[in-house]
Design a protein around this ligand. Structure first.
Ligand SMILES: [Zn+2]
Length: 430
C-alpha cells in the first residue's frame, strides 16, 4: 500500500503483509462534546487500520487522549480533572457510535506522566532543552531540520507562546510551572507543573510503539506547530520516529443552514443522532482523506440517499452465484493507492447497479457498513405474504402456508417462525 507523506510530499510504500504496522493518531483535548470535524481522523485512520488488517498486517493503532491542557483549565475552573474524565467518556461514547472499534490503545497524559518527565529530562541532559524558573523549553536551534515537516524556513518560523524567558522566540514549552488557577500539577525535577501539549505525544507514542513506527496521523491543522514539535523532540534524541506523516483534510461547515447556525458546529452526538452512523460513515467515504470535506444538510442528505440505494439492492433477489468475487482486485487497487475511498465508493455503486451483492457486502464490511447488507427490512409486499402465512398456519391450512413460503423465497427472503409478535422473522435469502 502507498500513502501520501506530508514530510516528503511523496507516496511512501508500506511493507508487504504481514509486517506489523504501528499507527499513532493524535486524539482530542477533552473539555466539551467533540464536534463532527474531530471524528474525521478517528474514522479515516480506523478505516486504514481495518484495511491493513484485512490485508494481513498486524496493526497497533494508538489514539491518545489529551486530558491536561489550558482549554480544560479554562472550561472547568477548579474542576478540570473531573471535566477531563467526563469529556473522555463522552468522546469514547461518541466515536464508539461509529461501530468501528479498531483502536488498540487509548493512552492518557495523566497516566503517562513518568514517561513524559523522563523524556524531558533526557532532552535537558543532551542540551536540546533548558530549564528557566520552573519551565522547560525545547531549544529549536539544536534541531537543524526544524520547519521541514510544515515547509517553513527555520529563520521564519512563527513565534509560539511569546515569553521573555525563552532564549529564542521559536523555542516552545515542554514543561510549564504550575500557575494560579490551575487545579492539577505534578512533581518534576524542575518543580511542580504540567507538560506542554507536544511532548505528551512524543512520549505516549514511544511508550507504546517504540522509537520508530510506520504511520503518524492527525488533522492537517496539527502539522504546525504540534507535529513539527513532536518530530523535533523525538528526532533530536536520535529516535527515527514516524516513517509516514499522514494528515487528513479538514471538515468544512457549508450550506445555507449550517453557515447560518450559531457557532457553525455540530457535535458527533448530534450528527449520529440526526443522520445515523451509516449515513455519517458514507459521508466520510465520499471525500479523499487528504482533501477537505464539506458537511451540510445537502451532503448528508445525499449520503443518506446512497445508504438507502445500497440497502435497497439487498432487498431485491440477486441472480449472482454466491461467492463470486471476481473483481475484488479493482477495489484493492484503489485502496492500496493512497486509500482512495471515493474511487472505492464508485466501484461499490457499480457493483450495486449490477447486482454483485457478494462483492458489495464484502466491501461494505471494510468500512463498517456490513449492516446495510444484513439489517435489511423486507419490503411491504413480502411482509404481507409472511403475515398471510401466519394466518394460514393458525387456520391449519398448511398447504397454503407452504405456498406462501415459496412465494416469499421467490422474492428473495426466508421466513423463520418466532414465538413473539408478529410470529415470523424475515431474513434475506442466502
Ligand atoms: Zn499529538
Amino acid at each position: 500500500m502507498r500513502l501520501s507523506d506530508t514530510l516528503t510530499g511523496e507516496l511512501v510504500e508500506l511493507p508487504a503483509p504481514p509486517a506489523p504496522i504501528g499507527m499513532y493518531v493524535c486524539g482530542p483535548t477533552v473539555y466539551a462534546r467533540a464536534h463532527i470535524g474531530n471524528a474525521r481522523p478517528y474514522v479515516v485512520f480506523s478505516w486504514m487500520a481495518r484495511w491493513l488488517r484485512e490485508r494481513g498486517h498486524e496493526v497497533t493503532l494508538v489514539h491518545n487522549i489529551t486530558d491536561v491542557n489550558d482549554k480544560i483549565y479554562e472550561a472547568a475552573p477548579g474542576r478540570s480533572a473531573e471535566r477531563a474524565r467526563e469529556a473522555t467518556a463522552w468522546y469514547l461514547e461518541d466515536v464508539g457510535g461509529f461501530g468501528l472499534d479498531e483502536v488498540t490503545h487509548t493512552p492518557k497524559v495523566t497516566e503517562t506522566m513518568d514517561e513524559i518527565v523522563a523524556f524531558i529530562a533526557e532532552l535537558v541532559e543532551t542540551g536540546n532543552a533548558y530549564a528557566v524558573d520552573g519551565d522547560v523549553y525545547f531549544r529549536v536551534a539544536t534541531y537543524p531540520e526544524y520547519g521541514k515537516l510544515s515547509g517553513q524556513r527555520p529563520d521564519q518560523v512563527a513565534e509560539q507562546e511569546p515569553n521573555p524567558l525563552k532564549e529564542d522566540p521559536r523555542d516552545f514549552a515542554l514543561w510549564k510551572a504550575s500557575k494560579p488557577g490551575e487545579d492539577t500539577s505534578w512533581e518534576s525535577p524542575w518543580g511542580r507543573g504540567r507538560p506542554g501539549w507536544h511532548i505528551e505525544c512524543s512520549a505516549m507514542a514511544e511508550a507504546i510503539l517504540g522509537p520508530e513506527f510506520w504511520i503518524h496521523g492527525g488533522g492537517l491543522d496539527l502539522v504546525f506547530p504540534h507535529h513539527e514539535n513532536e518530530r523535533a523532540q523525538s528526532c533530536s534524541l536520535g529516535r527515527p520516529f514516524a516513517k509516514v506523516w499522514a494528515h487528513n483534510g479538514m471538515l468544512r461547515f457549508t450550506g445555507e443552514k449550517m453557515s447560518k447556525s450559531v457557532g457553525n458546529v455540530a457535535s458527533i452526538q448530534d450528527v449520529l443522532g440526526e443522520w445515523g452512523r451509516e449515513a455519517a460513515l458514507l459521508f466520510f467515504l465520499t471525500g479523499h482523506w487528504r482533501k477537505p470535506i464539506d458537511f451540510s444538510e445537502e451532503t448528508m442528505a445525499s449520503a443518506r440517499a446512497q445508504v438507502e440505494s445500497i440497502r435497497n439492492a439487498f432487498r431485491a433477489p440477486s441472480t449472482e452465484s454466491a461467492g463470486d468475487e471476481t473483481g475484488w482486485d479493482e477495489l484493492v487497487a484503489v485502496l492500496e493507492d493512497d486509500f482512495n475511498t471515493p474511487a472505492a465508493l464508485s466501484i461499490m455503486h457499480g457493483w450495486r447497479a449490477h447486482g454483485r451483492l457478494a462483492l458489495l457486502e464484502r466491501a461494505l464490511g471494510v468500512f463498517g457498513l456490513a449492516s446495510l447488507a444484513r439489517d435489511v427490512e423486507a419490503p411491504e409486499s413480502v411482509r404481507a405474504l409472511a403475515q398471510a402465512r401466519v394466518e394460514a398456519r393458525r387456520a391449519k391450512d398448511f398447504a397454503e402456508a407452504d405456498r406462501l413460503r415459496e412465494a416469499i423465497e421467490e422474492a428473495g427472503w426466508q421466513v423463520r417462525d418466532i414465538a413473539d409478535d408478529p410470529g415470523y422473522r424475515l431474513v434475506p435469502h442466502a
